[in-house]
Design a protein around this ligand. Sequence first.
Ligand code: SF4
Ligand code: SF4
Length: 168
Amino acid sequence: MTIKVTEEAKEFRKRVLETPGAENIMHCYQCGTCTADCPIAKRVKEFRPRQIARLVMYGQKERLMEGDLLYLCAGCYTCYEHCPQEVHVSEIVSALRKMSLNEGHLLPGFKALMEGVAEMGYIYEIDEFANEMREDDDLPPAPKPDTDGIEAVMRATGFLGKVEASTR
Ligand code: SF4
Ligand code: SF4
C-alpha cells in the first residue's frame, strides 16, 4: 500500500512533534527495540510501539485514533528507557490520547471508566461483597470517597466536560 503524506498528515505530525517529550519522533530508525521489550506487545500482537512511531511519522491520524490501540499502552515506560534514539513512544501515546480526548474520540470503555470515577470515586463500584473480600484479607473497608469533591475537580479542570462530550 502506498502512503501519501498529505499536508493534513504533516500538520498532524507537527502537532505531535510539538508535544513535550515527543519531539524526537523523526529520530526513530525502526529498530524494533520498543516492540521487543514492551510487555503489552508480548501479549497483544496488534500492539506494536514501533508501528505507532511509524504511523506518526507518516501522519496517519485516522489509523492511530481508530480502535483501541492507544488505550492498550500500560504507560510502563520500558520503551522510554530502552529506545536508543530517545524517541519516547510512551510520551507519543500520551500526546495522542490527549488529542483523542480534545477531539471527542475517546474510547467508549475509557469514557465509561472516567464517568464512573466522577460518580463513584472509583473506577468500579465498591459494594458489600468487595468489602467482605477485603475483610477476608484483613483489610479495612475501602475508604468512602468524596464524590462531590472528585466530580468538582474533574469538572473544574475541564476534563469531565470533554469526557462527556466525546461521541465516538
Ligand atoms: S521508537 Fe526507538 S526503539 Fe522503537 S523502533 Fe524507533 S528507534 Fe527503535
Ligand atoms: S509505555 Fe506503553 S508502549 Fe511503552 S513499553 Fe510500556 S506498554 Fe509498551
